[in-house]
Design a protein around this ligand. Sequence first.
Ligand SMILES: C[S@@+](CC[C@H](N)C(=O)[O-])C[C@H]1O[C@@H](n2cnc3c(N)ncnc32)[C@H](O)[C@@H]1O
Length: 190
Amino acid sequence: MLLRARERAAQLGCTPVLPGAGALLSVLAAAAQARAVVEVGTGAGVGSLYLLRGMPADGVLTTIDLEVEHQRAAKQAFAEEGVRPTRTRTISGRAADVLPRLTDGGYDLVFVDADKDGYPGYVEQAVRLLRPGGVLAVDNALWHDRVGDPARRDELTTVIREVGRAVRADERLVTALVPSGDGLLTAVRR
Ligand SMILES: C[S@@+](CC[C@H](N)C(=O)[O-])C[C@H]1O[C@@H](n2cnc3c(N)ncnc32)[C@H](O)[C@@H]1O
């Protein structure tokens, strides 16, 4: 099923989370017993399926995307995987508009995987949304190995590098950068 979802993601030109980082998402969701999860950037639903695999059966994934067509593909992937419709809440809109409407401390895990220039704002919102012990995961934290190369100073690399620095320096969080896939920055809310 993941394979079909990946194929649809490729057709839509939307890069899904890579397998190593995806498997880690399942583990993080299971470890956090994540009943309430937010995904920023639904795409074709690949990351969503990894999250749902780790979540308890009564958990609900809220997933946000600007592109209705991407969410349609994701819903197809959920149906193929046999995910009950009550387990997912898809919200169409700009993440910067949707996230502020979600409840403080109401979530067990937030996965950030949308437009990279929005990452600083999404991460700040994620920290607000997480309950103590909740988990933050940020995809593409290595950004094709450009983040670790000080010679790379293009705008997106700089934004992602700064997000990594800010998360590591944030005393509300305990952080680890896992070099799986394109890099998964993970943190637990104290
Ligand atoms: C990398 S893809 C998400 C991949 C998905 N998480 C997965 O693993 O399969 C990024 C998604 O973010 C969405 N996106 C881009 N800018 C956005 C914004 N400002 N608000 C919400 N979604 C956005 C795109 O439409 C795209 O579907």
